[in-house]
Design a binder for this molecule. Structure first.
Ligand SMILES: [Zn+2]
Length: 428
């Protein structure tokens, strides 16, 4: 078909469908079948089933996932390829960014030097650029040099330059949590539904994910060079199971995102068969870790997680992630924290607006060397208290009696330009 004709038909269809659904925003998902055309990806020849090429398997699975999603009116599916061709990596990410997609799912197959390696893995774009294990990054990024345009776009990116790193980290932390959530759901489905072996969800620096302005995952659906697993991923049964697992994960992911955003991302249909979830009495936060060290937001120690509440108690900084009074969201938050690498994280209940029984809350506005009288903090805040402990000067401000009031006070300070403060519980 001529491109022009195709465009006319496409826009006609778009007008039709958008009128039909009363211009409700659909959840746009880009499905990316890895490799294609001259780029075969991983491949191996077996005596019984012949040559197994990654590019064919990724396309077959992608088309199956797409067909399942297209049956659901809430989704708009965009494919980076539907045939055996090679869109450059920048074509793939540009398409996703231009279509303002809500989600990007890249489907791949794995290979290893070790013939015994098997199982599934999901990758998200992580904030940690200093990975000792760059095997996957290298393998998936190598294809870049097939294409002149890619060289220009990615050539300017220098993983060693601090500017690139800062820009990257900011962008990534925005999408990391959502990407981890989807990655976890994909791997859960592989394990629970398909009885596969999951190697886990990992953070890596992958070109096809890095340029995406949306939550993105890359799924390694199995090993092409593992004799048993390659037969599974090359079979129609295997491909259907894998596609169903990815589809289930996407559906659960959208539900979770809709719940978090109050349904603003996509249309919420009434679900009469399920009674509405009743809020819990307590608020729940996920305790990531306790440490004598203070980490500011965006510190790599926090592994890209946002919405951190730092609470200092008895000289220890406790790092809490997210807050909710819904049991289902609490479970998702805990899972997100564990997938980010906080294996020992657990949920802690906080009674809302509970008045502290002994003592008070204050805000630690600074810890370190003694502050100069004309420092920003001392110039802008009255009645700052100073304490010295083990050679470190601690400056605190305010006295309130509930955690909620402390959070409010902390926000007021932030508005004044005093950031990275910590709420401190003082027992008296
Ligand atoms: Zn691949």
């Amino acid at each position: 078909m001529h491109k022009q004709n195709f465009k006319i038909i496409l826009s006609f269809l778009l007008i039709l469908t958008s009128n039909f659904i009363f211009s409700q925003k659909k959840f746009t998902i880009v499905l990316d079948a890895g490799h294609g055309g001259s780029d075969h990806g991983a491949n191996r020849t077996y005596s019984d089933i012949g040559r197994v090429a990654e590019k064919d398997i990724t396309l077959a699975i992608t088309l199956k996932v797409g067909a399942m999603l297209e049956k659901n009116r809430d989704f708009k599916v965009i494919y980076t390829r539907k045939i055996d061709e090679y869109p450059s990596l920048s074509d793939r990410t540009n398409l996703a960014n231009r279509s303002k997609a809500d989600l990007f799912v890249s489907i791949h197959c794995n290979s290893s030097q070790r013939p015994t390696a098997y199982g599934t893995e999901t990758y998200v774009q992580g904030p940690n650029q200093n990975n000792e294990n760059l095997e996957v990054a290298k393998r998936e990024n190598d294809v870049i040099f097939l294409d002149e345009k890619d060289k220009q776009i990615f050539g300017s990116y220098n993983p060693d330059s601090p500017e690139s790193l800062i820009a990257l980290k900011l962008q990534q932390s925005k999408y990391l949590e959502s990407s981890l959530l989807l990655g976890g759901l994909v791997e859960d489905n592989f394990v629970n539904k398909d009885k596969r072996s999951s190697r886990g969800v990992f953070q890596k620096n992958l070109h096809v994910l890095r340029m995406n302005a949306m939550p993105s995952v890359l799924i390694e659906t199995g090993f092409i060079n593992h004799p048993e697993e390659s037969h599974y991923i090359a079979s129609d049964k295997g491909q259907t199971e894998i596609a169903e697992s990815i589809y289930n994960a996407i559906i659960d992911y959208k539900k979770a995102i809709d719940r978090k955003s109050g349904g603003s991302i996509a249309t919420r249909k009434p679900e009469p068969e399920k009674p509405a979830e009743v809020p819990l009495k307590n608020d729940f936060r996920i305790l990531l870790m306790s440490s004598p060290t203070k980490y500011n937001e965006n510190d790599p120690a926090l592994k890209g997680l946002n919405y951190i509440l730092t609470l200092k108690e008895n000289g220890q900084y406790k790092y809490y992630y997210a807050v909710t009074n819904m049991a289902s969201v609490k479970d998702i938050n805990l899972k997100t924290a564990k997938d980010a690498g906080f294996r020992n994280a657990f949920a802690v209940g906080f009674m809302p607006n509970q008045r502290i029984s002994m003592g008070y809350y204050t805000i630690e506005v600074y810890a370190g060397d003694k502050l100069n009288g004309n420092s920003y903090i001392l110039q802008n805040l009255k009645d700052v208290e100073r304490n010295k402990d083990n050679g470190v000067f601690y400056y605190t401000y305010g006295k309130v009696y509930t955690l909620e009031d402390a959070v409010k006070l902390q926000k007021e300070l932030e508005a004044k330009g005093i950031k990275n403060t910590v709420i401190q519980k003082v027992y008296k």
